[in-house]
Design a protein around this ligand. Structure first.
Ligand code: ZN
Length: 79
């Protein structure tokens, strides 16, 4: 008996877990990055995020400037 069905099911399950993990990660982490032509653009000012910042934090969605602003008003945690 070929176990094609089983591995398809396994893959399906894996996909679900991945999607769930990604969903959770998105909820409690940075907002999604804006990537244009392979370059990460700041979601606030549309400027390219500094390579140095991306090296330090590959998931950064804001440039260092806007992240600073964000963190300063982060105390009130409003949107
Ligand atoms: Zn910015």
């Amino acid at each position: 008996m070929p176990d094609l069905y089983d591995s398809a099911q396994e893959r399906e399950l894996q996909n679900q877990q991945d999607a769930q993990a990604a969903h959770i990660a998105r909820q409690c982490a940075e907002p999604a990055q804006l990537i244009v032509d392979g370059q990460v653009l700041c979601i606030d000012c549309d400027e390219a995020v500094q390579p140095g910042r991306l090296a330090a934090k590959p998931t950064a969605a804001r440039c260092i400037h806007c992240q600073g602003i964000q963190e300063r008003k982060g105390a009130q945690h409003g949107r």
